[in-house]
Each structure stands twice: as structure tokens, then as C-alpha cells.
Design a protein around this ligand. Structure first.
Ligand SMILES: Cc1ncc(COP(=O)(O)O)c(C=O)c1O
Length: 363
């Protein structure tokens, strides 16, 4: 997959007026959170992760205790640890595509045989469940799914999640569930933490996407199999021993205010989603699968268009950015539109600019 040279943090945020590339909510400032770390001793931390923080993460998650949680450097760190700890080049894995890069690139780098669950627009970006069972082989070690999904914004139902859980249990295969967007469903209640449903399931999450705290690089994985957790801890220790104690303390103090952070995040998302929804109903040059979780939607151009010109006009003339399909090894007629990061006026302007650029690039 292309390296992230086109991401806003690499290009420089000051070059972008309407940033609709992001796959997270708006980032918080320290001053918003009233955090004080003056008394913190800068020692190594608990290798598993700050126990008080793990307690807070476990709280409200039915069937999950702090012992089931390993803190990692972001969800990206959790994905890397899990896959490098359990996979070898003779293993087979089944993974959703498109997907967040690490979910595909790490097993590729390990040399695993990979079977993709391709999420197609015409099937509403849902897996073809009839085909999945037949894809399991004797050396299948891991099934890797993401819900709510990036870049499509589509979620699995509880029955669909149960389908994967049963499959994993029946074949004794690990099930990785990337739940990075689980706290921000759209118009529905979040699914249960997959790891609470089976010891074969590993849930992965972080404070990056739903909490607006990606800069502290704090994620976790959850699993109820003690043997596997020991292996994953050993993997973590090999890479970075423990998390940054500074990040953990900031995360702990932020999580103490979890309810107020999430209610603010959800309120802003509701406003932005209403703006997006109105525009989606009016914009006939694009086709949409309605997102039902997270902060992104993955529209498809529904017209004869010069895609290169579209992105050029959008970027250069309107200083507006989206995530072109090639970021996800998809056709450039698709793009990811992030509606959770911009302010409401930025989103409104960005959407209008997309509509103008589509017309200007029409063939
Ligand atoms: C589905 C998904 N998983 C994991 C990550 C990694 O996030 P982080 O390492 O910031 O928690 C991302 C980031 O875009 C993502 O979209």
C-alpha cells in the first residue's frame, strides 16, 4: 500500500483549507482536558500497561476485566504485535479489503498466504458471508475484520459478528476485530466487545479515532485467553518494553472524563452527520453506501469524469482534500470522505467544493 506521504500531517495542515481526509474526530488540546502531569515520575511503566487506566478501560465493558487488557502504542501497535506474535510465513489469513494498512501489510510482510474478503459497493460493503466459510484452510490462523469499517463507514450487525465468532470457535482460529470506531456508532448502540463473546476473539481499540487523542498513541487489545495474552506481552516487550508513562497518565486523566469527552464528540458528530446527510441526498454525481459507524463514508463517482482533474481541481483550486481510492488500493473513482474532523462550516464548504470539482472534471 502507498506510504502515507499524502496524509495531511505529512503535507502540512496549513496547506489545507477544508480537510476531509481525516478518519478521526477533531483532535483535543491539552487545555480542553485540564491535564496535570507535574508530579509524574518518568520511570518505566507496568509492562502490561498502567493498571488504573486498564481498570477504566475495562469499566462498563461487560465481561471484561483489567487482566484481559494489554496497552499498546495505538491500535496500530496492537495490530502489529498481535499479527507478528501469532503468524508465521506458513500460515494463512483471511482479511477484509479495503482496510487500514497494518491489517493487510503486516501479514504480507510476514509472508502469510492471504485470502481477501472483498467489500464491494454493490453489496453495501458487506462481506459475502456465503463465500467466507469455504475460504478456511487447514493452515488458516487468523480472520481479520474491522467494524465499524474504515474506509467505508459500514458496520457489522450483532448477527454478522456472531457469524465470525462461531466460525472462529468452530475452526479454533483467532478472530481479530478492529473496533477502533466502536464508541461512535451512527444511530445505533455499539456492538459488545468481541473479546467478551469468545476467547478466540481479540478486540483492538484506541483513543485515537473516537476520543480525539491520536497524539498520545494509546491503544489496547483485549482477549480472555491468558496464554495468548502472555505471548502478546512478550511481543510488546520485544518492541518497546512498556508504553510511554507520560502517554498513559494523560490517557488516564482523559479517561476519567470519558463521559464528557464522548458526549461532546457525539454532539459534534451529530451536527456534522446532518450536514453530510443532506449533501448526500442532493449530490447526484456520487453514489453512497450510507455509513452507520465511525466518521467516514466512501462514495463512488457516478459520471464520466477525469478523476485526475477532479483531485487536482479539488486540491489546488479549492484547497480541499479527501482520501483518494488509491490510498486503499481501490479505483480512484472512490474516495474516503471524513466528516468527523472538520468543523461544521469547514465540512459544509468542503462538500460544496467537492460538488464543484466534480462538475469541473466532468467529461
Ligand atoms: C481501522 C483502523 N485501525 C487502526 C488504526 C490505527 O490507529 P491508531 O494507531 O492511531 O490507534 C486506524 C487509523 O487510521 C484505523 O483506521
Amino acid at each position: 500500500m502507498p506510504i502515507e506521504i499524502e496524509s495531511p500531517e505529512q503535507m502540512g495542515y496549513d496547506t489545507i483549507k477544508c480537510n476531509l481526509t481525516e478518519s478521526s474526530v477533531r483532535d483535543f488540546h491539552f487545555s480542553d482536558l485540564n491535564i496535570n502531569i507535574n508530579d509524574l515520575m518518568i520511570c518505566y511503566g507496568d509492562h502490561v500497561g498502567n493498571p488504573a487506566l486498564r481498570n477504566l478501560i475495562a469499566k462498563e465493558k461487560e465481561g471484561i476485566e483489567k487482566e484481559d487488557i494489554l496497552l499498546t502504542i495505538g491500535a496500530a501497535g496492537a495490530l502489529f504485535i498481535l499479527q507478528t506474535a501469532i503468524l508465521s510465513s506458513s500460515d494463512h489469513i483471511i482479511v477484509m479489503r479495503p482496510n487500514y494498512g497494518t491489517n493487510i501489510e503486516t501479514p504480507k510482510a510476514i509472508g502469510c498466504e492471504i485470502t481477501f474478503i472483498d467489500l464491494c459497493f454493490d453489496r453495501g460493503f458487506k462481506p459475502n458471508f456465503d463465500e467466507i466459510k469455504a475460504k478456511i484452510k487447514p493452515n488458516t490462523k487468523l480472520i481479520s475484520i474491522t467494524t465499524p469499517h474504515n474506509p467505508t463507514g459500514v458496520s457489522l450487525s450483532i448477527e454478522e459478528l456472531q457469524f465470525f465468532i462461531q466460525l472462529a470457535e468452530q475452526h479454533q482460529i483467532h478472530l481479530l476485530v478492529d473496533e477502533t470506531y466502536s464508541e461512535i456508532p451512527i444511530g445505533k448502540t455499539p456492538l459488545p466487545v468481541a473479546a467478551s463473546l469468545s476467547k478466540w476473539a481479540i478486540s483492538i481499540c484506541s483513543l485515537s479515532k473516537s476520543y480525539g487523542l491520536p497524539g498520545i498513541r494509546l491503544g489496547w487489545l483485549i482477549n480472555k485467553d491468558k496464554g495468548l495474552m502472555e505471548k502478546l506481552l512478550a511481543g510488546k516487550e520485544q518492541i518497546y518494553i512498556c508504553n510511554s508513562i507520560v502517554d498513559e497518565e494523560i490517557a488516564y486523566q482523559a479517561m476519567c472524563k470519558k463521559d464528557s469527552i464522548l458526549s461532546l464528540v457525539r454532539k459534534n458528530l451529530e451536527i456534522n452527520f446532518a450536514i453530510l446527510n443532506k449533501w448526500m441526498l442532493e449530490e447526484k454525481n456520487l453514489q453512497f453506501v450510507m455509513p452507520d459507524g465511525g466518521v467516514v463514508v466512501f462514495p463512488k463517482m457516478n459520471m464520466d469524469i477525469d478523476e485526475n482533474k477532479f483531485y487536482e481541481v479539488l486540491n489546488k483550486k479549492y484547497a480541499t482534500y479527501v482520501g483518494p481510492g488509491h490510498w486503499f488500493e481501490m479505483d480512484r473513482k472512490f474516495f474516503r470522505l471524513g466528516f468527523g474532523w472538520p468543523t461544521a462550516p469547514e465540512l459544509q464548504e468542503g462538500l460544496e467544493n467537492i460538488s464543484k470539482a466534480l462538475e469541473e472534471a466532468r467529461i
